[in-house]
Write a protein that binds this ligand. Structure first.
Ligand SMILES: [Zn+2]
Length: 465
């Protein structure tokens, strides 16, 4: 228990007065005027730059000695005459995962309005991960500060006591109106400390997303590096709960993005609690990118497409692949589920229309076609279903732990039963033409976090986590 918890109201008032008094000299320092400058970006023209900063073209040309406006060089620095609301050099920075509007403001010590002016951002929620934002290039070393989360009911004095820092300096560094202002879930910079640079998560926690982004139909790895701090974590992304598993000092969640998700920013939410009981919340808009899938028209008898049967069976498979087994049963790459060099007769993600319907369906797996042969278990796991389904035919579904499942469909024979432990490489059935299939082939699916994902690039050619 810290001594600040029992601080008397009189002392608190004196501290407030001190903090108000201290704010004078800081404001005076900010009036030092350094010129504003801008790094020329691809696609820029002089008139675009002038419009962006609300400048006169002639004034901009003269200040930079430009005689030919058609000769602008990307990467060159232009002085911005008359720009007095900012000083320093602005360059385009893609908003990293793990930074929010508030954390960026603090990192670059900018007023929110400046971010709006430089980035064309009207609303903080527009600042999704990957957003190209104009930011100062010169961030001082002194901004590589440690960060502390504001737990529920915590005051700045509590935080200062807990982190061994000074409440007034915290208020100053975080542009808080005073030491009485804290918001639950906020993360504050801690002046006088030095740790891996700012972000929107408390030190030493940092967030990384595989390939820095989320893509339709692909498996995303979210890694929270915790630096040895024990964490309790939960999270949510596009209606799916994120399940984190401890790997050494890190916490890892695998989550598929549905192949039909509209490409745009979505909210990523993480909630955590450290072993010491400090809670933190993190939310950021992150962009889901287009997976680049093709389209195909299939001509099928309408009677053959029984929507009710299809929906009921999909719901059944979805419910089978929803539980998250905490142990990770697989190791390294998955192996190809057929022994011979079969070719894909259909790839994952292709949008399909049946006799003129909308492209609302997609191919949820890969098809290995062309021949009869053995069906091979792709990775160690436990069989959760083995039996006939109307559309998928003879089906085997295997749980590999951490919410990862594989499905083997249209088999002629099944050699395993629900509950069996199976090994990578084990022969578990034979390729067939059962269910709604128009020729012997293996339809193979991989599920991650309750979503069908691309099995080939992601699971045969990529090692997870
Ligand atoms: Zn298929």
């Amino acid at each position: 228990m810290s001594k600040f918890n029992t601080i008397s109201p009189i002392i608190a008032l004196l501290l407030l007065l001190c903090s108000l008094f201290l704010s004078g000299p800081v404001a005076a320092q900010e009036e030092q005027n350094t010129a504003a400058a801008y790094v020329i970006q691809p696609g820029d023209t002089l008139s675009k730059i002038a419009a962006r900063f609300n400048l006169d073209i002639d004034q901009l040309s003269n200040a930079n000695g430009i005689t030919n406006p058609n000769q602008l060089f990307v990467g060159e620095v232009l002085v911005l005459p008359g720009v007095d609301w900012f000083s320093g050099t602005l360059d385009v920075v893609a908003v990293p995962v793990g930074e929010t509007f508030r954390s960026l403001r603090r990192r670059y010590q900018l007023e929110g309005a400046v971010i709006g002016r430089t980035g064309g951002v009207i609303n903080p929620s527009q600042l999704y991960a990957g957003y190209p934002l104009l930011m100062p290039t010169d961030v001082g070393e002194d901004l590589n500060l440690a960060r502390a989360a504001v737990s529920s009911g915590e005051s700045l004095l509590n935080i200062a006591a807990r982190t061994g820092t000074n409440p007034w300096e915290i208020a100053g560094a975080n542009q808080l109106a005073g030491v009485w202002v804290t918001i639950r879930g906020d993360v504050l910079l801690l002046p006088g400390t030095n740790q891996p640079g700012p972000g929107a998560l408390p030190s030493p926690i940092s967030l990384e997303v595989s390939h820095g982004n989320f893509v339709q139909g692909r498996t995303t790895v979210l890694t929270l590096s915790a630096g040895g701090v024990p964490l309790e974590l939960s999270g949510e992304f596009i209606g799916h709960q994120l399940h984190f598993h401890q790997v050494g000092a890190d916490y890892v969640a695998l989550q598929g993005v549905h192949a039909m998700t509209e490409p745009r920013p979505y909210l990523l939410v993480l909630n955590g609690k450290t072993g010491e009981g400090v809670e933190f919340q993190f939310s950021q808009m992150v962009l889901v990118e287009d997976g680049g899938y093709g389209t195909e028209k299939l001509t099928v008898d309408q009677a053959y497409l029984d929507l009710e049967v299809n929906n009921a069976e999909s719901a059944f498979v979805e419910q089978l692949t929803a539980p998250v087994t905490p142990e990770k049963l697989w190791e390294g790459y998955f192996v190809k589920p057929t022994p011979f060099d079969v070719y894909f007769t259909a790839v994952f993600g292709t949008r399909r229309t049946y006799t003129g319907s909308d492209y609302t369906n997609f191919h949820g797996g890969v098809d290995f076609g062309g021949a009869d042969g053995e069906v091979i278990c792709a990775a160690n796991g436990r069989v959760v279903f083995a039996g006939p389904l109307e559309i998928r035919g003879n089906a085997t579904i295997i749980d590999h732990g951490w919410g990862i499942y594989t499905g083997y469909f249209h088999q002629s024979e099944i050699f395993v039963q629900a509950g069996d432990e199976v090994q990578e490489g084990q022969i578990i059935g034979r390729i067939g033409n059962t269910g709604r299939s128009t020729g012997a082939h293996l339809h193979w699916e991989v599920w991650a976090g309750g979503v069908q994902v691309e099995p080939y690039y992601d699971w045969l050619l990529t090692q997870f986590p």
